[in-house]
Write a protein that binds this ligand. Structure first.
Ligand code: ARG
Length: 579
């Protein structure tokens, strides 16, 4: 089903071909939303250069050639040659009617090609607290996974947890010291960072412990059975902790999506051998390194990506090379999105370039680093507690739910206790997630609970409230025996503006999936909810006396509700029945 831009594009391209010749059929008509009309066609200025005429004359020629019958009124030429276009209201009405049909999927287009998209996100580290930094990669990654699935792509979630490497020697020794059944071990499930800190303090202060930890790494990497068993339990406890956070956050990651660093263990040597055989890796200062093309350090020397350290150990980079190879060759990815902090940009680019030189990453595969900015405190610095350690994610989320609970208790004291608890969860968690998603993923933002939970502005509660309002209208309609339909009413200006917004849902979602930009969906939903508010202010529904008008407006409101809920679901934000 063509959205307005698509329909207009087709008509204008035919006009280009007719007015200037077949070779102009592919020219971009540059259809953009306009504050003076519904849309503008901005092609005349560019075409003027190609055909060697004045832009306004070209605009006139386009106007003479274009056939907008049934779709739009005759455009007006403005300024240097803009064409202002007002769509026909009955065309919008027909489109909205189609959109409302059960099998129209709210205008979400079927993909030209269903891609396999691997999304690397969340990726916390075992036996360390998931901190606020992991919030964003988790929330943004999950929104992208949900969105791409709605667009008909096959999503493979990969949770690249940090479950391997040198800290495990010290963690295992500490666990052996304190005993698996003791209170200290229980920290792994409740406050893993504390467990990590205690192990770390011992490592720094007790040289005998440090020696034991170091030799434990060696036994671990050598595959010693007993050591592996303890390691497995350590990882197990951490996983339970991660899943408590994921449940709390309504994040779709499960155990099946875990592909931690350790899972690439048996591939590391193979990767190193291949890079050596290809002549890409060589020994430098005792370590095996690759020097991917185009990466130069401050000292003007090529930058190394370390493949094997001089002590024989493999590190983060090699693991990522094994991972990208696996994702392309075994998981058959068409696209890979790495939802990871901006700080790792250089690392990611070096991994991509090395993978290209090794022939794993070809032009047929699109690898993208979806850069994630920082969460800041009110002081503008990276969010931390007073003691300087990073803030516990769980306590932050609990606080959000509690604050939302206060708001709901005041707003709806009449609702039953368990429903208020449910709404507080949806609003508190939704508020935090939405604040994150509505910011461009590579910008930083200030963690401000009050703003996140505000009922006005571009927030989850504002959108959730809009949904609850429509649902309440539907409930009252049902009580009064009023039914919606058959089609949404699109007659007055407010109805027309709302319907026009609704038509943009599918294309917006498509854009979000292609560019990995959930904040565009947030901006869209906000503007849709505003259009609904304007519509509802101007056009009574249940108070309307004309039965046909009432039914048509109810249908328009209910279509809006479906789009809002579907959009929020793509973001991983729940919409309560009442608020
Ligand atoms: N565990 C890492 C961290 O907490 C993030 C891993 C991201 N994924 C990857 N393939 N490197 O910083």
């Amino acid at each position: 089903m063509p959205a307005p831009e698509l329909a207009l594009t087709e008509r204008f391209q035919s006009a280009f071909a007719q007015a200037f010749g077949e070779e102009f059929r592919d020219a971009d008509p540059i259809i953009r939303p306009s504050q003076f009309a519904d849309f503008q066609c901005n092609a005349a200025m560019g075409l003027a250069k190609r055909v060697g005429a004045k832009p306004r004359d070209v605009a006139q020629q386009i106007l003479d050639a274009v056939d907008l019958t049934g779709l739009a009124e005759t455009p007006e030429i403005a300024g240097p040659g803009f064409l202002n276009i007002r769509l026909r209201t009955d065309w919008i009405g027909n489109q909205a009617a189609e959109l409302a049909l059960p099998d129209a999927h709210l205008g979400i287009p079927a993909p030209d090609h269903a891609d396999t998209v691997v999304i690397d996100y969340s990726a916390p580290n075992v036996a360390k607290e998931m901190h606020v930094g992991h919030l964003r990669t988790t929330v943004v990654g999950d929104a992208l996974a949900r969105t791409l699935e709605k667009l008909g792509h096959t999503v493979v979630r990969q949770n690249h947890i940090g479950d391997w490497g040198t800290p495990f020697g010290m963690l295992i020794e500490h666990l052996l010291d304190v005993g698996e059944d003791g209170d200290e071990a229980k920290l792994l499930e409740s406050d893993p960072n504390a467990f990590y800190q205690h192990a770390r303090a011992k490592f720094d202060g007790d040289s005998a412990f440090a020696d034991r930890a170091r030799s434990r790494v060696v036994t671990l990497q050598a595959g010693d059975q007993q050591t592996l068993e303890i390691w497995t339990r350590l990882v197990e406890l951490s996983k339970q902790y991660f899943h408590r956070i994921y449940d709390m956050l309504d994040v779709t990651l499960t155990d099946d999506d875990l592909a931690g660093e350790s899972s690439y263990n048996d591939q590391l040597e193979i990767v190193a051998k291949q890079l050596e055989a290809d002549g890409l890796a060589r020994i430098s200062d005792g370590a095996l390194c690759v020097f991917p093309e185009g990466f130069i350090g401050r000292d003007e020397k090529p930058l190394p990506l370390i493949i094997r350290k001089s002590d024989g150990g493999y590190g983060y980079g090699t693991t990522d090379l094994a991972a990208i190879r696996h994702r392309i060759q075994d998981l058959r990815a068409d696209r890979i999105a790495y939802v990871i902090g901006t700080a790792q940009e250089l690392h990611m680019n070096m991994v991509f370039e090395t993978a290209r030189e090794a022939g794993w990453l070809t032009d047929a595969v699109e690898a993208t680093h979806v850069k994630i900015g920082s969460v800041l405190g009110e002081d503008g610095k990276i969010l931390r507690t007073r003691s300087g350690t990073s803030l516990r994610l769980m306590s932050l989320l609990e606080e959000a739910v509690q604050t939302a609970r206060g708001v709901i208790d005041e707003l709806r004291p009449d609702l039953p206790e368990d429903e208020r608890a449910e709404i507080a969860h949806a609003v508190g968690i939704g508020g935090v997630k939405y604040a994150d998603l509505s910011t461009a993923h590579d910008s930083d933002y200030v963690f401000d609970l009050e703003r996140m939970l505000a009922l006005t502005g571009n927030t989850a509660p504002y959108l959730q409230y809009a949904v609850a309002r429509i649902r309440s209208i539907s409930r009252r309609a049902a009580e009064q025996g009023v039914t919606a339909g058959p089609a949404p009413r699109v007659e007055n200006d407010a109805e027309r503006a709302l319907a026009l917004e609704l038509l943009q849902f599918g294309p917006t979602l498509e854009q979000v999936g292609a560019a990995y930009e959930p904040h565009r969906l947030c901006a869209y939903l906000f503007s849709l909810a505003q259009a609904f508010t304007a519509f509802y202010d101007a056009s009574p529904i249940l108070k309307e006396s004309d039965g046909e008008v009432r039914a048509g407006r109810l249908a328009l409101a209910e279509l809006t509700e479906r789009v809002l809920v579907e959009g929020l679901d793509a973001l991983g934000v729940r919409a309560p029945q009442r608020m």
